[in-house]
Design a protein around this ligand. Structure first.
Ligand code: ZN
Length: 308
């Protein structure tokens, strides 16, 4: 994407070419980068600066409409599309889903990933480290419940429903499907974040743009795009909103080793999903999203495509 529209001043949107944008003073870049949108479909966009080893600066967006002229297919994007299709199928075909946080432990490489993922295998997989069994979920689902905004404490029940279909899915595919606009974010599907709590998907998955501090610090799965980090790499700033910050200083070394985020540029335009709580800072002018227990297994970052 060579152009992006800056809506920093809503009354006077300015179209920047990436060449013009990268020559702006650092302060202006920091100010404007969270106000960028795609010139063709108005999807939220990000700016990625040039790398030391010669990769050009670029604009990009993880939110292009499928028919947007700026949306250029690439192996990474095709893979994200596959994930979105797979998760949509799961939403339709399953009665419940268990989030397998251990599945996100390794970053899959787009180039070596086999194209046809066997969704059926994954959907029946039982992961021993997930601390939750499909049998327990089955027993739980045999009770009929209304949709609730708060997580629900699961109480054991012997009456297992024979035909219950329970899917297991990792954070990477969930993130890609949300970024590509799957039905997950509006679904009534029961989602288990651990053996104790389940949520309706539509209440659990929250884009950064919609993040609001919750009563009692109840957690959610927050997701979106990273615009940039601060200079000291203590914070992540989402592309979707200017009033949310995600502190990473407690686990920044893990981010380097797990997701290959070596320099500030690696964060720019990356997709992110994390289980955390949202609360106001002391001055009540910024919302903080804190990773739950600083446990990096409950976070996944998907670096932006270099071919953008
Ligand atoms: Zn677009």
């Amino acid at each position: 994407m060579l152009d992006a529209i800056c809506r920093y001043d809503e009354t006077k949107p300015i179209t920047y070419s990436v060449f013009k944008f990268q020559k702006l003073p650092d302060g202006d870049i920091e100010k404007y980068r969270q106000a960028l949108v795609c010139p063709a479909c108005a999807g939220k966009a990000y700016y990625r600066k040039a790398s030391k080893d010669g990769k050009a600066a670029c604009f990009g967006s993880r939110y292009h409409q499928a028919d947007c002229s700026e949306f250029k297919p690439s192996p990474a994007k095709e893979r994200e599309e596959q994930h979105a299709i797979e998760v949509n199928r799961l939403v339709v075909d399953s009665d419940a889903m268990i989030i397998d946080f251990s599945r996100a432990a390794k970053v899959a490489k787009a180039k070596v990933q086999p194209k046809a993922d066997k969704a059926t295998n994954e959907n029946v997989a039982v992961n021993s480290s997930a601390d939750i069994t499909p049998a327990a979920v089955k027993a739980d689902l045999s009770k009929s419940e209304l949709a609730i905004a708060q997580p629900e404490l699961v109480i054991d029940d012997d009456k297992a429903a024979a035909q219950t279909r329970i899917a297991t899915q990792g954070l990477e595919k969930l993130l890609h499907s949300l970024l590509r606009g799957s039905d997950l974010s509006t679904s009534d599907l029961w989602v288990y974040t651990d053996e104790k709590y389940r949520w309706r998907a539509k209440n659990l998955f929250v884009n950064f743009a919609d993040a609001v501090p919750t009563d009692n610090g109840a957690p959610r799965m927050y997701w979106g795009t990273i615009s940039h980090t601060d200079k000291e790499r203590l914070w992540l700033n989402p592309a979707e909103t200017k009033d949310v910050g995600i502190p990473i200083d407690m686990f920044s070394s893990s981010l380097i080793s797990r997701f290959g985020l070596q320099e500030r540029r690696d964060f720019e335009g990356a997709g992110i999903i994390l289980f955390g709580k949202c609360f106001w800072n002391k001055a009540k002018n910024r919302k903080i999203i804190q990773l739950w227990s600083n446990d990096v297994s409950r976070l996944f970052i998907s670096k932006a495509d270099e071919n953008e």
